[in-house]
Design a protein around this ligand. Sequence first.
Ligand code: NI
Length: 150
Amino acid sequence: MGYREIVKVGDPILAKKSRAVEKFDSKLSALLDDMKETLYKFQGCGLAAVQVGVLKRVVVMDCGDGYTELVNPEIISSEGTQEQEEGCLSVPNEHGITLRPAVVKVKAQDRNGKWHIYKGTELKARCFCHEIDHLNGILFTERIIRKENP
Ligand code: NI
């Protein structure tokens, strides 16, 4: 297929909870391929399936350290805190400082259903949290603690 249009804030689907993936089939692969193309076309560092209108627990990411696919991701541990700027492809022209863990470990399946463990710090830790929030219907704007760092 190709890239898909990004759902923008104001669309009620962004507040919905995504469902777990149970079938690791060609439809899932096609969704992931389209999401990857969409991520790079719009130059995001992460994209959740709900942002292309699909309520499945699927995320693609590239925080500058390579491309990663996360199916049914879950945070398994986190430590520390960071306060840094975030934005979102679904919320154009809005940025703000959020409070996130400094280090996050995530478990997630790949497109074949195999489980992996990932660790993120800094931008990648923020991205894991931001994208998993999307799967639970939460936008980063709900997490903004202030507009700018002093
Ligand atoms: Ni986002």
